[in-house]
Write a protein that binds this ligand. Structure first.
Ligand code: FAD
Ligand code: NAI
Length: 472
């Protein structure tokens, strides 16, 4: 038996490494087990970070091709060097993963490289076995275990992801050349972000979505507007359709689609098919059975309001417990668990977690949508303001979209905010702070916003919720 710890976190993603860091800050002896050879999890290695690197690079490419001329900048021939773009992306990932390793060292968190499993659940002295790449297993004793093993790609029946012509997001982040055509299955976040990257680089992208609309969890008005904008950019949509087959052949991938409500099948052909129909919990080889940890029907680890599983001293956070599969949600849960273990009142406010889609323009939402408020029978005021009426957006040449604030009709408390527009993801954070403080829309409206800024759109939307917008 090797060293003893207060807490061993299994999984080094944004949930896991942040939990270990916070636990160490609070004086607990902490370890983080990670098997992929680099810290940062899905997010840093094959998710948030590489996708944003490619979104940024492809945005520059699109601007150079189509955006500069309006500013009086003539570019004679814009050429794509995909290998350099990909190498830059890999470098950005490396900077981030090594940065996290440095943070663990600095905070004296033991980084246990290898595959972790709960070998024995025993109150106050759980055992975690870690198998390294050479197959050597070492067992550690720990008061607490935190499961932070994240999520994995899911596919559809009959569709095999080979990461060559039928790819998941992981394959879509490293295609060796720009495909002529791509069918994206699923108009969720991955479908629209990765679809945008390749469309900007020259691919003809068709998105097939089972539902009658894109971006299911977002506000209805935002979804419609975003679809129009993406169509204007050249993305095609086949809504209300499901893919029943995707077979790679010598002329590309033959894709069969059918109307979701029944009807005649259609065939499409594409160089590449991206499967982006959601992700599932990852708990393979984790020893949940041995430990007696309960999972839901869909395999998510079940936790109580303190993020503890049914087994005392074993907690779980992040994608593996479901809910919003977002890095910042996982991080908040990591912090909350560390604080609970240190005897503090750790807590996550699930009502104030922003969802952001990093297309251009961006889409961002926080709190309740109009549909949710209607369903709950809550009377609300709506304040809306378009980017076309914002001076900075006009100066930038980025006027697509709007901001919408939803406030309780009786108390004026902000219940939600939804933005389509340039930098929507950053703009929504002032509303997150306002909501965390229980602010009213008048509080936002009376806060002096610097001019000329895109954030004035949020202020004007707050003014509009009280029927007193100034610039429209
Ligand atoms: P993960 O990040 O999945 O980390 C779990 C880690 O545990 C993995 O590194 C895995 O190797 C390790 N592991 C698993 N089992 C074991 C074991 N038994 N032993 C040792 N190690 C183990 N979210 C956002 O908020 N913003 C974004 O912009 C964003 N973009 C995304 C883009 C893509 C393409 C994808 C796929 C996801 C994106 N996400 C984004 C979602 C985000 O990546 C996840 O919500 C987040 O990574 C979840 O964190 P986690 O710590 O729960 O799990
Ligand atoms: P998603 O849940 O966002 O979207 C999946 C889409 O596929 C849905 O619109 C769904 O209706 C559709 N779908 C499901 N089955 C289908 C079928 N048979 N045929 C056609 N369409 C079908 O999942 P996605 O995009 O795979 O992303 C996974 C997770 O990663 C998400 O939960 C998301 O939170 C996270 N992520 C977050 C990002 C961000 O925060 N910017 C970026 C990328 C991913």
């Amino acid at each position: 038996m090797a060293e003893n710890f207060d807490v061993i976190v299994i999984g080094g993603g944004p949930g896991g490494y942040v939990c270990a860091l916070r636990a160490a800050q609070l004086g607990l002896k902490a370890a983080c087990v990670e098997s992929r050879g680099a810290l940062g999890g899905t997010c840093t290695n094959v998710g948030c970070i590489p996708s944003k690197a490619l979104l940024q690079s492809s945005h520059f490419f699109e601007e150079a091709n189509h955006g500069f001329a309006a500013h009086g900048i003539k570019v004679s021939k814009v050429e794509l060097d995909l290998a350099t773009m990909m190498a830059r992306k890999d470098d950005v990932v490396k900077q981030n993963t090594s940065g996290i390793e440095f943070l663990l060292k600095k905070n004296k968190v033991a980084y246990l490289k290898g595959y972790g499993r709960i070998a024995k659940a025993s109150r106050g002295a759980h055992e975690v076995a870690v198998k390294d790449d050479a197959g050597q297993e070492t067992t550690y004793v720990t008061k607490y275990v935190v499961i932070a093993t994240g999520s994995d790609v899911t596919s559809l029946p009959g569709i095999t992801i080979d990461e060559k012509s039928v790819v998941s997001s992981t394959g879509a982040l490293k295609l060796p050349k720009v495909p002529k055509s791509m069918v994206v299955i699923g108009a969720g976040v991955i479908g629209l972000e990765m679809g945008s990257v390749w469309r900007r680089l020259g691919t003809d992208v068709t998105v097939v979505e089972f539902l009658d609309f894109i971006l299911p969890p977002m506000d209805g008005e935002v979804r419609k507007q975003m679809q129009r904008i993406l169509e204007k950019q050249g993305m095609k949509f086949k809504l209300g359709h499901k893919v029943t087959e995707a077979k790679p052949g010598k002329d590309g991938v033959a894709v069969k689609i059918e109307p979701a409500k029944g009807g005649a099948a259609e065939s499409l052909t594409a160089d590449v098919v991206l499967v982006a129909v959601g992700r599932g919990p990852f708990t393979k080889g984790l020893g949940l059975d041995t430990a007696g940890v309960t999972v839901s029907k869909r395999g998510f680890v079940e936790v109580d309001s303190h993020l503890q599983t049914n087994v005392e001293g074993i907690f779980a956070i992040g994608d593996v417990i479901g809910g919003q599969m977002l890095a910042h949600k996982a991080e908040e849960e990591g912090v909350a668990v560390a604080e609970i273990l240190a005897g503090q009142p750790g807590h996550v406010n699930y009502d104030v977690i922003a969802g952001v889609v990093y297309t251009w323009p961006e889409v961002a939402g926080i709190g309740k949508t109009e549909e949710q408020l209607k369903e709950a029978g809550i009377a609300y005021n709506v304040g809306k303001f378009p980017f076309t009426a914002n001076g900075r957006a006009r100066a930038n040449g980025d006027t697509d979209g709007f901001a919408k604030i939803l406030a309780d009709q009786a108390t004026d408390r902000v219940l939600g905010c939804h933005i389509v527009g340039p930098e929507a993801g950053d703009l929504i954070m002032e509303v997150a702070v306002a909501m965390e403080f229980g602010a009213s829309s008048e509080d936002i409206a009376r806060t002096c916003h610097a001019h000329p800024q895109l954030g004035e759109v949020v202020k004007e939307a707050a003014l509009a919720a009280n029927k007193r917008a100034l610039h429209i």
